[in-house]
Ligand binder design. Structure first.
Ligand code: ACO
Length: 331
């Protein structure tokens, strides 16, 4: 029996209502719209107010995806939340499972920073293609505004908050995931970190525990830039090879939305014209695990991406981690 395929049958997204544009951000740190836009393409980012939770935003995106898919939430078998900024260190996927009414589903978080959605897509596809599960809800959501140092102009201008979700089904008729490729290189972990900062908490009998908290995001920007423009074209070429395709067969290139210059450099390496790249980072900045499904959802709802079209997606970031997948949109 042939391995069943997968079909991406619904998408949804959500972002906080509050918008912080580059000029306004210039009142907080010494920067300018000109510097940020010319270096990154980012003009605005959405920032969650203190009362808004990651689960709320992710649930909004998920409900939209489930509605588009036209399935009963109780038909969902698996909920995977790709995030680095869960409301709860024990994981937030189960709270989304409850909020959307996916009563039969098992739910867990997956942490791979800006590669999280891409790794999540490959992960849920494995469960669907082995026949273990039939319907999965994959969510990418991050509230980066809670973890950047708002006094550090090198990083705070780059990130924003958002959520995106897709419903993925096992399918006998759609090939779905045509090829994929994933990598990690922990030797270069220090390029991009958001670390636990210990604080001694003496207990009894000479035993000391650590009762600390998480610090700020740190990034060696130039190193991450060079890593991305080298590794991302390579991984997409590998996925294309595994799919038996070339870049000419792609309708769309959908990269993690970190920086317009990275998108342009990767598209140039792959000889994909800019009209075939999906970009919305000007509006949201880098929303980490949310960026790919957020851009996909906007492109589907605006009619840019049509059913049956082929997309190459690539995520890259902390870990370091990177990967790509080639898939068809729609049933
Ligand atoms: N406004 C004005 N000036 C600034 C700003 C700012 N916001 N930020 C930095 N500068 C200054 C610096 O202080 C520096 O000045 P100096 O030379 O006097 O010290 C100068 O601009 C150049 O700084 P660089 O950091 O070298 O700037 P660069 O050209 O490398 O651009 C950038 C920085 C945009 C961050 C780039 O390196 C980049 O895009 N890196 C990739 C980031 C990325 O894609 N991350 C993705 C993964 S994220 C994840 O996984 C969570």
């Amino acid at each position: 029996m042939a391995t069943p395929g997968i079909a991406l049958v619904g998408c949804g997204s959500a972002a906080p209502d509050v918008v912080l544009d580059n000029d306004t951000l210039g009142q907080l740190v010494e920067t300018s719209d000109e510097w940020i836009a010319s270096r990154t393409g980012i003009r605005r980012r959405h920032v969650a107010p203190p009362a808004q939770s990651l689960v709320e935003l992710a649930t909004e995106a998920s409900n939209r995806a489930i509605e588009m898919a036209g399935i009963d939430p109780e038909q969902i078998d698996l909920v995977v939340l790709a995030t680095s900024t869960a409301d709860d260190l024990f994981g937030s996927a189960a709270s989304i499972q409850s909020a959307v009414g996916a009563k039969q589903a098992v739910a867990f978080d997956l942490t791979a920073a800006c590669s999280g959605f891409l790794f999540g897509l490959v992960t849920v596809s494995q469960y669907l293609q082995t026949g273990t599960f039939e319907n999965a809800l994959l969510v990418g959501a991050d509230l980066m505004s809670r973890w950047v140092d708002w006094d550090d102009r090198r990083t705070c201008v780059l990130f924003g908050d958002g959520a995106g979700a897709v419903v993925v089904k096992a399918s006998d008729t759609s090939p779905g995931l045509l090829g994929f490729d994933m990598h990690s290189n922990g030797d270069r972990n220090s390029c991009l970190t958001l670390r636990y900062e210990p604080n001694d908490r003496p207990l009894v009998g000479g035993v000391t525990a650590s009762r600390g908290g998480y610090g700020f995001l740190h990034m060696a920007g130039k190193d991450v830039y060079k890593f991305a423009v080298t590794r991302v074209p390579e991984t997409i070429e590998k996925s294309l090879f595994r799919a038996g395709m070339t870049a000419d067969d792609l309708d769309w290139l959908l990269l993690h939305q970190a920086n317009q210059r990275i998108v342009d450099a990767v598209a140039k390496r792959l000889k994909i014209p800019s009209e075939r790249t999906l970009v919305n980072l000007n509006e949201y900045g880098n929303t980490s695990a949310a960026s790919i499904p957020l851009a996909l959802d906007e492109a589907v709802r605006s009619g840019q991406v049509q059913a049956g079209q082929t997309i190459a997606a690539s995520g890259f970031g902390a870990g370091l981690s990177w990967g790509s997948a080639i898939f068809r949109w729609g049933a």
